[in-house]
Design a protein around this ligand. Structure first.
Ligand SMILES: [Zn+2]
Length: 207
């Protein structure tokens, strides 16, 4: 081997080493990205089965929606503004629903809210559950709307119980501006007319 040959051999080794290092960096970046992607995905599908799952780099917990997402306890009063699901309603709707609750109480009916305001995350969870139940998003959307479309997410809709209270609002709610707006949800009410006005025709799909 001449000195020139040795020089060439050394340069070849150097180039090979550089290529190996570059390859290692690419592999590391790729596996990190893949790990990040799959952990986010796993967190989504884990949903209600693992409420303490942490899937975000921020460490934010993602699991079953809670009170801060608008989940209400059984028989939640429309006057209990310690509940985010009640407090985050559009103030005009909240006032109307409280007035209706007071008026129906005089008729012997106690109103409760099953849902008021919902966070986008809660709405998304409901939609994903419905997709699992009905097998397709198209079918699920007949019963549950997307976070972008839901009037619960904007605080402009309430789901009321029991059935006697729904019936009461359907007969007398317009005096407070309250109307059933979806034909397939007799419990879902929005401010849809001026107080004492006439309710508009109902729509067919879920909100
Ligand atoms: Zn509703």
């Amino acid at each position: 081997m001449t000195p020139d040959d040795q020089l060439v051999a050394t340069r070849k080794q150097e180039r090979r080493l550089t290529a190996l290092i570059a390859l290692a960096i690419v592999a590391a970046v790729t596996s990190f990205a893949f790990a990040a992607f799959t952990s986010v995905d796993a967190g989504r599908s884990a949903g209600d089965s693992s409420p303490s799952a942490i899937d975000q780099p921020t460490g934010k917990k993602r699991g079953a929606p809670g009170a801060e997402d608008g989940v209400l306890p059984d028989n939640a009063s429309p006057f209990d503004t310690s509940l985010p699901g009640v407090a985050k309603l559009n103030p005009k709707l909240l006032k109307a629903i409280q007035q209706a609750a007071t008026a129906m109480e005089a008729d012997g009916i106690t109103m409760h809210l099953t849902t008021g305001w919902r966070s986008k995350e809660y709405q998304e969870e409901l939609l994903q559950k419905a997709i699992r139940k009905y097998g397709s998003e198209e079918k699920a959307r007949e019963f549950v709307s997307s976070p972008e479309d839901s009037h619960h997410v904007t605080g402009n809709a309430v789901d009321v119980g029991p059935t006697d209270a729904d019936d009461w609002i359907n007969r007398k709610g317009a005096r407070f501006g309250l109307c059933q707006t979806l034909s397939n949800e007799m419990w879902h009410f929005e401010l849809a007319t001026t107080p004492g006005g006439t309710c508009p025709p109902m729509q067919g799909s879920a909100r």
